[in-house]
Write a protein that binds this ligand. Structure first.
Ligand code: ATP
Ligand code: MG
Length: 147
């Protein structure tokens, strides 16, 4: 098996995360559905916030914990759908809010935190990213890896 590409994030300030975002975008290319795996507080939302900023989002990017989904817009008007399924209790609940329409829409970028419960609904070309934090606090993104 090939060794996964790993991107090291140097700091949690949004400015410092921009180099990581650029490296990330080079790896993910035009993929439309990206899952962020990793436990509580590893830095999923922080990275998504930096990514959205890079893509020209001016909306406030926070975890959509209670609404399950937030919608932002890039500088060119294209939508970004930010999901957080931490509090999701059933697959049915996700289907009821129409997540499949978002996942299979070709217009928007889907960024997904806590995807385990809805995995069976994801398109085959979904990209997995494992977000990890080392004991010294350094965060890394492993591309194509889950947890
Ligand atoms: N790249 C980073 N470098 C240093 N600290 C970070 C980094 N990313 C996140 N943090 C710190 O960890 C905290 C939790 O980050 P964040 O909310 O992004 O995690 P999360 O994985 O989205 O958590 P949750 O599981 O609750 O969704 C942040 O408040 C921040 O202080
Ligand atoms: Mg989060």
């Amino acid at each position: 098996m090939e060794t996964p590409d790993v991107i090291t994030l140097c700091s949690d300030t949004e400015e410092d995360l921009q180099a990581g975002v650029e490296a990330f975008l080079q790896q993910v290319g035009r993929l439309r559905c990206i899952c962020f795996w990793g436990g509580l507080g590893v830095g999923k939302t922080t990275f998504i916030r930096a990514l959205c900023k890079h893509l020209g989002v001016t909306d406030v990017v926070t975890s959509p914990t209670f609404s399950l989904i937030n919608e932002y817009h890039c500088h060119d008007g294209a939508p970004i759908y930010h999901f957080d399924f931490y509090r999701l209790t059933s697959l049915r609940e996700a289907m009821d809010i129409g997540v499949e329409e978002y996942f299979f829409s070709n217009t928007g970028l889907c960024l997904i935190e806590w995807p385990a419960l809805i995995e069976s609904l994801l398109p085959p070309e979904t990209l997995d990213i494992a977000v990890r934090v080392a004991p010294d606090g350094v965060r890394t993104l492993a591309i194509g890896v889950r947890e």
